[in-house]
Design a protein around this ligand. Structure first.
Ligand code: GLU
Length: 512
């Protein structure tokens, strides 16, 4: 294996449904690795399992990668020197390779019907065993290892269905290296004879197509989920059988994404149960069942990929916020952990709020303006920008911008019960009236001047700052929370400020 070979990695999803966030993370790590090493990132669609093919899944995968900012160099849309990149369009390539293995004695024809295999499976189970198609049975079954060459030929010619199976060596230790897990040894006696090719649909299975394509596409590193680790010995043996060991890619198996609580792999059901998405984009399955997506729930793609990148990889420092370029700079497979990474929905929200507050007031105002308009609030972009700027640190999602600013544009008609119960008291309301008189004396409310003066006024009268400010907030915003109240008074103007105070007293009364 040459160390200075060009880095070429692939993301090779099967279009069997929406892409789980674990799959997005695999794509992301491949992409970061490719960019880090100035290499190529390839998208190959592995659609040879016609039974599991789901229409719309490929388009979904492509859109999801685009939304994440993961740019494909070669793939079904881009084309490239090894096109086509959809395995169903490469059908004609694979048979020759399967036959090559039959000729070299590394594979064989098997003619067993599904019924015969089922019967055998049942029989073994009745005897307390588990059926495995391996060295112990292959010479007794309908295979080219038992039948004569003439028999095999005539069966094929008369149209019998056949498969080509890999002839797993007996009792041999396969020595493997994984860039994350280190050295692994597996004895082949624990492995069965996997199907490589099926005459029924003239298609290869995953194992054959995957190895042949990785070889033909000159893939240097295979970075994929841990669930493929059990296939690694077979893949090593396939490279050896083909005589491709010298250019065999290096392997890295990524840790699982675990449930927020308890053991096990993060599943779609966890998302439904706890109300967070496990897919990047909303997905509507062909049967109409819908699943929520990060995009539609208001996550920013930069927050989403930052959060995903840190699930299983750490930069070795305390830094948590990384944009794509910083991730590319910092990423290395050595810092990917062996153990599973627990998914934390609260942390996902935290990342989103961090990225949201990093947006300029202009961008946030652009997001807010249509939300205000949709509520029938007629205002200018300039005012939306100003309002958004005041509350951005309090928002987690873009959709939060509206409830956090609504009352800056329309006077409250209802008041938060808890706030009222706590602060709307006779003394406070009387003092609020005094404050309104004081404010009326200004020609305009400018927070920079009015705020220190009002504070001093409160201190001089020995009023409680907290009680006073929260009572004012209730009158202006309907709730005793929010950003600097004087900035809001400046924003709504002197007249509106005084009117809101008078109306609140009118509606809520003088307090008890
Ligand atoms: N088609 C496989 C999948 O769906 C690819 C596994 C691999 O990367 O080798 O995950």
């Amino acid at each position: 294996m040459s160390e200075n070979r060009r880095v070429r990695v692939r993301f090779a999803p099967s279009p069997t449904g929406a892409l789980h966030i674990g799959g997005v993370r695999t794509a992301l790590y491949n992409y970061l690795f490719a960019r880090r090493h100035g290499g190529d990132f390839i998208l190959r669609i592995e659609d040879t399992d016609s039974q599991r093919f789901v229409p719309g899944a490929e388009a979904y995968i492509i859109e999801a990668l685009k939304w994440c900012g993961i740019e494909v160099d070669e793939g079904v849309e881009q084309g490239g020197p090894h096109a086509p990149y959809r395995q169903s369009e490469r059908k004609d390539i694979y048979l020759k390779y399967a036959m090559q293995l039959v000729e070299s004695g590394d594979a064989y024809y098997a003619f067993d019907s599904a019924e015969a295999l089922d019967a055998l499976r049942k029989q073994t189970e009745q005897q307390g065993g588990t059926f495995a198609y391996n060295h112990s049975v292959r010479t007794q079954l309908d295979t080219s290892l038992r039948l004569s060459a003439d028999e095999v030929r005539s069966r094929i010619e008369r149209g019998d269905q056949w498969v080509i199976r890999f002839k797993m060596p007996e009792n041999e230790n396969v020595e493997m290296d994984d860039l994350i897990r280190g050295h692994i040894t597996i004895n082949t006696s624990t492995l069965d004879d996997k199907v490589l090719y099926k005459s029924a649909d003239a298609l290869p299975t995953y194992h054959l197509a995957n190895i042949v394509d990785d070889h033909l596409m000159e893939i240097s590193h295979v970075i994929r989920g841990e669930e493929w680790l059990p296939s690694l010995p077979l893949h090593y043996l396939l490279y050896r059988a083909f005589g491709w060991t010298d250019t065999q890619p290096r392997f890295a198996h990524l840790p699982l994404l675990l449930k927020p609580q308890g053991q096990g792999k993060l599943s779609k059901r966890d998302g439904d149960k706890f109300g967070f998405p496990v897919f990047p984009l909303r997905w509507v399955a062909p049967d109409g069942e819908a699943a929520m997506g990060y995009r539609e729930e208001g996550y920013l793609p930069e927050a989403f990929i930052n959060m995903l990148a840190l699930l299983g990889w750490n930069p070795g420092t305390e830094q948590e916020l990384f944009d794509m370029n910083q991730l590319i700079e910092a990423f290395s497979l050595e810092k990917v952990s062996k153990s599973g990474a627990r998914f934390n929905p609260d942390k996902a929200k935290w990342f989103n709020s961090q990225y949201l507050r990093r947006k300029s007031d202009d961008e946030l105002g652009q997001m807010l303006l249509p939300m205000l308009k949709a509520e029938g609030i007629d205002t200018t972009l300039q005012r939306a920008v100003r309002a958004a700027g005041m509350i951005k640190e309090r928002a987690t999602f873009p959709a939060d911008l509206l409830p956090l600013t609504r009352q800056m544009f329309v006077e409250p008609e209802q008041y938060d019960e808890k706030s009222v119960a706590k602060f709307w008291k006779a003394d406070n309301v009387t003092r609020l009236g005094e404050l309104a008189d004081k404010l009326a004396g200004y020609s305009a409310i400018e927070a920079a001047t009015v705020e220190p003066e009002v504070h001093q006024w409160i201190v001089d009268r020995q009023y409680s700052m907290g009680q006073m400010m929260n009572t004012l907030r209730i009158a202006i915003l309907g709730i005793s929370q929010g950003p600097s109240i004087f900035e809001i008074c400046e924003f709504i103007g002197k007249d509106d400020t005084i009117r809101r105070i008078a109306n609140a007293i009118g509606r809520l009364g003088k307090g008890k």
